[in-house]
Design a binder for this molecule. Sequence first.
Ligand SMILES: [Zn+2]
Length: 153
Amino acid sequence: MEEPTLNEHNKQEYPPMHTTEHILNQTMVRMFGCPRSKNAHIERKKSKCDYLLASCPTAEQIQAVEDKVNEAIAQHLPVTINFMPREEAAIIVDLSKLPEDASPTLRIIKVGNYDACACIGTHVKNTSEIGKFKIISSDYSEGNLRIRFKLIL
Ligand SMILES: [Zn+2]
């Protein structure tokens, strides 16, 4: 099979953190209708993701984000790799970030039925490997929400 090319950077990131990024992105999309994070810094000890939001979320909303991510993790969802044609992938995944020269076959990562996303990175096999998600801080400035988080095993 042809090696799929995607525009996401070559992620050799800590798989539990990177998989959490997928879950957090989906949670933010569901709760706020915002795009997935386009600016993320994922590291083993702590990570950060930026989201475009029209207004500053309340402390309760931030707590709800943390709870929702932990709920998904606690379901011990299987993380699966699916190769599928671009047309098929477009039905379940936002491909607007995909470059023009991306291959016709895409690598789609599914976290249970919670999230689906085109990604070439490394992930855990099950969310049971992630531990507990903890938001360290959230800072809102000029339409940008920065969430810093860590995992507690
Ligand atoms: Zn990924």
